[in-house]
Design a protein around this ligand. Sequence first.
Ligand code: SF4
Length: 312
Amino acid sequence: MQVFLAAPRGFCAGVVRAVDIVEIALERHGAPVYVKHEIVHNPHVVADLEAQGAVTVETVDQIPEGAIVVFSAHGSPPSDFEAAAKRSLRVIDATCPLVTRVHNEAKKFQREGKKLILVGHRGHQEVKGTTGQGEMFLMDDQEDPQPPGWDPDTEVAVLTQTTLSVDDTASMVDRINSAFRNVTVRNDICYATTNRQSAVKELAELVEVVLVVGSQTSSNCRRLREVAERSGVPAFLINGPGELDRTWFEDVTRVGVSSGASTPESLVQAVCDALEPDVVNHLGLASEDIEFTLPPDMRDATPPRRSSSWAT
Ligand code: SF4
């Protein structure tokens, strides 16, 4: 069997930054450091940080007064910051800068008097954070939605969740453009999502089965599996080697492997090892050299952090 490893894959700059923030907070302040919502959507990363003293909670009111809390990479609504202030919490915000940019766009477009449509998945943490920035109509492509019934001359601005399918989002934007004459569209799908989906499309042309390593709770991992499947090959999303099913590989000689933006590279390597391939081919379809700066009061922390070594 030959294994083909997609590139880029695995940790994005926003995930590296978020994990670094929790580790630096633990080093500086000691345990416990509370984390509101899974810091990134991967159970291995969460468990590793919890073993170091992080405590993951879902709501601010689960955190003792005066404690330190890191808000996850997906972003949080202003109401969470207000609730934290009421409990005298010290908040360290690990929101990915690309998500913060969407929040800022939402506020800017509202100041300009535009009505907002957000293309995103109902209930996802990032969507909770973005819809908290002001009034907006949510279009979830998983629900086959129609645009809102506003006057066709309404000035409309369209924002998107950062981890959506590039193709599905284009179809939602087409529907919106058909319904309104004055539409401003921001493509907020991030570089990491776009690059990983492009890499999986090319990978799928070379192999008979695609494995995406990552969590079912990760939006970008689920989109990668869908992209591979729509390219015409069976595709499976697995947390790690323990979820491999040998029946997927009967008469298969070429297997593709990729991983989402929150998946440690160690899990990809473990899956690759478990396949016991004769040859491993490293595809080099795009390179990424993006880094995000840490919050100002952490910039003196000593790099490299351990999370950097988890990335490809
Ligand atoms: S997937 Fe994109 S938006 Fe999400 S943390 Fe990574 S870089 Fe940021």
